[in-house]
Design a protein around this ligand. Structure first.
Ligand code: FAD
Length: 554
């Protein structure tokens, strides 16, 4: 069957309200991912029964119409209140995957600026956290004329990057990293140094005329259920200011709560978030606990700075992928110079990624990592010989899956793996640190390692901790775990939920939202969050289909 014929049948079935027939146009195990168009939620329905249930609840209000193919896979459509774009993967007569994504609200399209600064008033949306997440969302809300204020505890926009270790460069290529509306110039490096990202964000916040308060930590937030407003206390110029926004967005980052194992003497170490550079450690003995991105980058930096001895302590296996190979096999088809030359714009690339249900992602990624294992056999043999524990994820689906499941546990090789193979970074693997004192650490196998510096590159706590800290433990528990898919793998307990928990979508706490992720996610999903907020501000009905029950307390 041709996609246009399928779409015609689908459109007619929906028009007649024939839910059974519409669902039967999918494979029995087919997928429909909806981004805010039908469900006012981010929701993936798996199988005909879930698709039917979703349509039964949403069809009457959504009133979908005007479906039109645009090429062989893409289509446009309208709902009662908006315009959307869709993507279809057809196998024989049935849909394997369908994406429907709202792009704009009728009568409330993005506007050209008038040049007038926002009037000072309580914002409709308060965004806590002015990293790339908060900034991207504020830019989208500005274009939709939604009064939004960003409050950031650091002095300047970009400081969350600026304050990271000096040697940090993005591991994702530039085509993946653009902010909304204002792409990086063509000469921009493929892997941007962190200070250039910081400066770009600072410039962006200014030229996009965002309402942005630096040096303004949010201290507390409370939802006033009678008035349907938040009461948020922000410190500004040393004074508490109370703001009363309708909606509160926590864009406080996934890397905000340093996680340090509570071993005896741990306070003598520093967490990787406090490491700047290796200059002070020339000729000294350094131990780095952890084997993810920060641990590798910091070890390499210490070696290059002339430390006498650098030892990485690796407790559990890490996914390692060579940057060049990843670029060619994983990023290349959608986010690369070649992709741009083939006409794959950033929105097309983002929507293509979005069109793939999370359930199917591993099966698309496993062949990439099988090929990687073949191509880079020498690297993996070298790592094995050095005693480094590596894998490709519990199901062989690599970095992208792991990132969505737990946001950590991998390294994109840009030099540190080579140093491990060459013995320039020493390694103790399969052990953990049990205790430490001023000048040494004890390993679980009983060995004592001398150390002038100990860095815990042991990652960060979950985003719910922000809700706990700023709002209350009750609200944090009501909302539950943030991030992860329920894949039933390490740090991502089941049940399967099919979307990232609580991200960019309604939560169990009215008027509380979470935003963030990498640069691509911030760019793409800020649109759907902005549309949800705009619709609420304009009193457009937003009947939410299925707010996920909470399976794991914060
Ligand atoms: C070592 C390292 C390397 C990384 N490399 C990459 C990469 O290559 N590509 C990529 O896309 N991502 C990378 N990341 C992930 C990176 O953290 C995110 O992409 C990015 O920082 C997320 O942006 P964000 O706005 O969600 O969070 P953040 O940048 O963390 O911003 C959150 C902001 O909230 C502020 N804040 C927190 N609490 C409050 C409060 N109470 N009041 C006011 N403000 C508050 C913080 O000061 C911070 O500025 C890396 C992270 C680390 C740690």
């Amino acid at each position: 069957m041709k996609p246009a014929d399928w779409l015609q049948n689908f459109s007619e079935a929906l028009g007649r309200g024939d839910i059974g027939e519409a669902a039967a146009l999918f494979e029995p195990g087919g997928f429909w991912r909806d981004l805010v168009a039908f469900t006012w939620n981010l929701k993936t329905c798996e199988g005909r029964a879930e698709i039917g249930a979703m349509l039964a609840a949403t069809l009457a209000a959504a009133k979908p119409q005007s479906f039109r193919m645009q090429g062989s896979e893409w289509f446009t459509f309208e709902t009662a209140v908006g315009r959307g774009v869709g993507h279809l993967r057809l196998r024989d007569k049935h849909a394997w995957t369908l994406l429907t994504a709202l792009q704009e609200l009728k009568g409330f399209e993005e506007e050209r600026e008038t040049g007038v600064a926002s009037p000072p008033r309580d914002p409709y949306v308060l965004i806590v956290g002015g990293g790339q997440g908060g900034i991207a969302l504020a830019a989208r809300l500005k274009r939709l004329s939604v009064p939004a204020l960003v409050v950031e505890k650091n002095e300047r926009a970009g400081d969350s990057w600026r304050k990271r270790y000096q040697s940090l460069c993005l591991h994702d290529p530039v085509w993946y990293d653009h902010m909304p509306y204002l792409p990086f110039p063509e000469h921009w490096p493929v892997f941007s140094p962190k200070d250039r990202i910081a400066d770009w964000l600072e410039m962006y916040a200014r030229v996009m005329q965002l309402d942005y308060w630096g040096s303004a930590p949010c201290r507390s937030a409370r939802f006033d259920e009678d008035r349907n407003l938040w009461e948020v206390v922000v410190e500004r110029n040393g004074e508490p200011v109370t703001l009363r926004p309708a909606h509160l967005v926590l864009a406080t980052g996934m890397s905000g709560f340093p996680e340090v194992p509570r071993i005896p003497g741990h306070e003598k170490a520093i967490h990787s978030s406090r490491y700047r550079d290796g200059a002070a450690w020339q000729g000294r003995r350094c131990v780095v606990v952890g084997a993810g991105t920060s641990a590798h980058d910091i070890c390499a930096d210490l070696v290059e700075s002339g430390a006498a001895e650098v030892t990485m302590i690796q407790r559990a296996p890490t996914i390692v992928a060579r940057s060049e190979t990843l670029m060619e096999l994983a990023w290349g088809p959608l986010y690369s110079e070649q992709a741009v030359a083939r006409g794959i714009t950033t929105p097309i690339a983002d929507l293509t990624v979005a069109s793939l249900p999370f359930r199917l992602l591993p099966s698309f990624q496993q062949p990439v990592y099988e090929e990687m294992r073949r191509r880079d056999a020498e690297l993996y043999a070298g790592l094995e010989k050095a005693g480094f524990l590596y894998n490709f994820g519990e199901d062989g689906s690599g970095i992208h899956s792991l990132y969505l499941r737990r946001g950590a546990g991998y390294y994109i090789e840009t030099g540190a793996s080579r140093m491990i193979i060459e013995g320039r970074i020493r390694l103790r693997s399969g052990v953990s640190v049990e205790a430490m004192n001023e000048r040494s650490v004890w390993l679980s196998e009983g060995e004592e390692l001398p150390a002038d510096l100990v860095v815990f590159a042991t990652g960060y706590g979950s985003m719910n901790q922000w809700a706990r800290e700023l709002i209350s433990p009750e609200v944090a528990d009501r909302v539950g775990k943030v991030w992860g898919l329920g894949s039933d793998t390490k740090a991502d307990p089941g049940p399967w939920v099919g979307e990232l928990r609580n991200m960019w979508k309604p939560t169990q706490q009215p008027n509380l939202w979470f935003h963030g992720g990498n640069l691509m996610q911030s760019r793409h999903y800020s649109l759907y969050l902005a549309l949800q907020l705009k619709a609420r501000m304009e009193a457009i009905p937003t009947p939410v289909y299925y707010v996920e029950p909470v399976h794991h307390k914060a």
